[in-house]
Design a protein around this ligand. Structure first.
Ligand code: GLS
Length: 801
């Protein structure tokens, strides 16, 4: 049905009318989307079945990627592209006067993730399938993904996200493969035939029902699986209150990341984690046992990856299944478990390193807690042998200490590999944060610098740039992104530069149109599009960007002769609903936008735009239009960043600190093609250790700083003067934890250089092209190949078509 556009058109029309029960003229865009989606899913299914059969018959090692988040983005156009049928479909639709872009707008953008961590998981799935690697995702089918953000009077308001409202054409429900998960109750221990056995009684049962989604590789036959679990009531026990049981059960998969600042929220979060882990491991073992008889060899056929600490309960749960269900001894089970599991750390921020209070943990998962206690005891005994008498060290490294279960320690002890996500991050893990673990397990630690899929972030998001690259260096880079480096030989060609400038301009026009429609702000296409899009967080320092804009405003007001290259500052960010500071910064950006955009003279030179509801589909419009990429986290705090790579691939220049993958970007493109500033990670860590930083000194000694900080509360903004008091306090009273004032001067300097560099148009275009040429290294294909070779030890299957 997709062999040529006429055949497609014919089947599409037939399907549309029969599915919707109306004539073509009467059908809506949504009808058309659903019809096309169903046709594509059907087309995928034969490849999907064949892939699964191949996996069964070859019985080679497979990897399962456990993640609490998969931030997929829309799938229709990506699937068409990966299947190689986008042009046929687009042509057929055009004949019917239908625009594929309009149909795509009917697809919801599944936001089953917060930011980088979830989007990385989605890029990894795309790379696994494309490289013909047998690798599958396991996650949660949240009924509501990350909230929809509305801005009301400059404040963020959260609305429930509704991606399933019109159904999901990509998923297949598999009730026959449901798993049962037990919570609460107690464990009865008995001793039969000289063997200990454990019975879980009085438990609340929850049914985990899988929904499978196909993951289509690019121009290959491989279709892997993303299995998302839905929580449903199991059989009712006689004296349970049916309604509250149903409500409590379904609540487990109702929302992504429920508020965890209260105990109730915490229990739900912990339930989600165990729910994901237990259902996934049961399913993995069941499918292993179909083809293999010896569970003691599980690790020869299966690798299971723990994406951050959220699925770290895989360690005790795998032990439980192997011992209590499969009958292995502790030592046998421990060998299989540690040989099967591997773990990625994605942050060193202490608030994100999960620690669960025992009083919540133990009653909810009594058997799991028992197992963790034993893992901990054995681990501490080992430490005692190594460091006899060093109680301090043992307490510091224990899995359970001070009435808390430390999930990172559990993951490290139970895995065969622990990796960070950029060189500097892995080094900080090895030599600082997890040093004591590195000392005892030096060979377990390694680095896997993150990557992004160029199939979404270049081929799909930026077809204009893709075509330009194809016309310049041929199509090899499509299958081998490191071939983008071939572009470097052409960067001095005036034609290429001109064409690149045109492509960028067109994308700036598209974004400008969207801004005009959504924000009612007219922006100058010739201005620098300077963009900071990412989750709102103090360490990412959107505030530094804001203070720089206030500074520019002041200069432009004070000196009519001060001229700079015009700039449009674009922000996009969601703040966690309970994160007060982050929400204040959103308000501050809006107040600043009002001030700047309404000043008749200044607004001709600079503008400030906040784009509501930042998400994958919006990102696909933003990256291609950016000139400048703001990656200005406090050095040492951003583990890697992946937005930085998406900007680079689309020819934006980075303004960045020496943090996360920015450092590797600099190593790739060279110092002349990136704008770095600020403290180094070492300097930040030294300050944190010696406590010598005094933000007040910078406030008092630098007039520019004093002026912009005072403006937060002196009536400069039209809001009441207390509105931004807490932000000022964070800088002065709380001694500026993220070194905003310390890096201010250096940031101002580098931004001036950016402005000047942009005016040397030819050179700027060359720098942009150099960034694109070197972006191949940051392909998730490279990252995944490294995981496959070094950690999972899996080989490709199938053949490229
Ligand atoms: C994160 C880090 O903060 C990012 O720096 C990193 O790029 C991403 C993927 O590795 O993981 N960790 C986290 O908890 N959320 C992230 O985005």
């Amino acid at each position: 049905m997709f062999s040529n556009s006429d055949r497609f058109k014919e089947s599409f029309l037939k399907r549309l009318e029969s599915m919707c029960g109306k004539g073509f003229e009467e059908t809506t865009k949504r009808d058309q989307y659903l019809t096309l989606g169903n046709m594509v899913r059907e087309y995928i299914s034969s490849k999907w079945i064949e892939t699964n059969e191949l996996y069964r018959s070859e019985n080679k090692k497979q990897v399962y990627y456990l993640s609490i988040e998969f931030l997929l983005g829309r799938l229709l156009v990506q699937n068409l592209l990966n299947l190689g049928i986008k042009d046929v479909v687009e042509e057929g639709l055009n004949d019917l006067d239908i625009d594929l872009g309009d149909i795509e707008e009917c697809e919801s953008d599944p936001a089953l993730g917060n930011g980088g961590l979830g989007r990385l998981a989605a890029c990894f799935l795309d790379s696994l399938a494309t490289l013909n690697l047998p690798g599958h995702g396991y996650g949660i089918r949240y009924k509501h993904g990350l909230f929809d953000q509305k801005i009301v009077d400059g404040y963020q308001v959260e609305l429930p996200e509704q991606w399933l409202r019109h159904g999901n054409v990509w998923e297949v429900r598999k009730p026959d493969e449901a798993a049962e998960i037990l919570f609460w109750g107690k464990i009865e221990t008995s001793y039969d035939n000289n063997e200990l056995s454990f019975k879980h009684v009085g438990a609340e049962k929850v049914l985990a029902v899988p929904y499978d989604m196909p993951v289509v590789g690019y121009h290959v036959d491989t279709v892997n699986t993303l299995r998302l679990w839905n929580a449903e009531p199991a059989a009712f026990a006689p004296n349970q209150d049916i309604l509250s049981y149903k409500r409590d059960t379904e609540a487990i998969t109702d929302f992504l990341y429920p508020d965890d600042t209260h105990d109730e929220g915490k229990i739900l979060r912990l339930k989600q984690q165990y729910f994901l882990v237990s259902s996934s491991l049961q399913s993995i073992i069941a499918s292993y046992k179909k083809e293999n008889s010896n569970i003691r060899e599980l690790h020869h056929s299966v690798a299971i990856h723990i994406n951050d600490t959220h699925p770290a309960l895989a360690v005790p749960e795998l032990m439980r299944l192997l011992m209590d269900i499969e009958g292995l001894t502790w030592d046998e089970a421990w060998k299989v478990t540690t040989n099967t599991l591997s773990y990625t750390n994605h942050t060193i921020l202490s608030e994100a390193l999960e620690k669960w209070p025992i009083y919540l943990f133990k009653p909810l998962m009594p058997r799991i807690y028992m197992i963790i206690e034993e893992i901990n005891e054995r681990f501490c005994a080992e430490l005692w042998n190594k460091y006899p008498g060093d109680w301090h060290k043992i307490e510091h490294m224990a899995i359970i200490a001070h009435d808390l279960v430390k999930m990172a320690h559990l993951a490290i002890v139970g895995s065969n590999s622990i990796n960070g996500v950029a060189k500097i991050h892995s080094d900080i893990l090895k030599h600082r944060e997890m040093k004591s673990f590195y000392d005892i397990y030096p060979t377990k630690f390694n680095n896997k610098t993150n990557g992004i899929t160029h199939r979404r972030w270049l081929l799909k998001a930026n077809p204009g740039l893709t075509n330009l690259i194809k016309n310049t260096i041929g199509e090899d880079f499509v299958h081998q992104p490191d071939k983008l480096i071939d572009l470097k030989r052409h960067i001095y060609h005036p034609d290429l530069k001109e064409q690149f400038a045109n492509v960028k301009r067109k994308r700036k026009e598209i974004l400008a149109k969207r801004i005009a429609e959504k924000n009612g702000i007219l922006v100058d296409i010739d201005s620098i599009f300077d963009v900071q899009v990412k989750r709102m967080h103090a360490y990412k320092r959107q505030l530094l960007n804001v203070l720089h804009i206030i500074y520019l405003y002041n200069r432009l007001k004070e000196d009519v002769n001060y001229t700079i290259q015009p700039r449009t500052f674009i922000f996009g960010a969601k703040a966690s609903p309970t994160y007060y500071y982050a929400k204040k910064i959103i308000k501050l950006i809006h107040s600043l936008a009002d001030k700047v955009n309404n000043d008749p003279r200044v607004s001709k030179i600079i503008k400030v735009v906040f784009m509501e509801n930042y998400r994958v589909s919006l990102a696909e419009d933003i990256f291609p239009a950016a000139d400048v990429s703001e990656q200005i986290s406090t050095a040492s705090k951003e583990a890697s960043g992946t937005g930085n790579m998406k900007f680079m691939m689309n020819g934006a220049l980075t303004v960045g600190t020496l943090d996360g993958a920015n450092i590797e970007i600099m190593e790739e493109v060279g110092k002349d093609n990136i704008f770095t500033f600020g403290l180094t990670a070492q300097e930040v860590l030294n300050y944190e250790e010696n406590g010598r930083y005094r933000s007040m000194e910078y406030y008092h000694h630098d007039l520019r700083i004093r002026q912009v900080v005072d403006q937060l509360t002196n009536g400069f903004f039209s809001e009441d003067e207390g509105e931004f008091e807490s932000i000022k306090d964070s800088l002065l009273v709380q001694n500026d934890q993220y070194f905003v004032l310390r890096d201010f001067a250096s940031y101002i300097d580098i931004q001036e250089k950016v402005g000047v560099a942009y005016q040397q148009r030819d050179k700027w275009l060359e720098k942009a092209l150099i960034n694109i040429s070197h972006s191949g290294f940051f392909s998730s294909d490279r990252t995944i190949q490294q995981y496959a070779d070094d950690i999972w030890k899996i080989d490709p299957m199938g053949v490229r078509v």
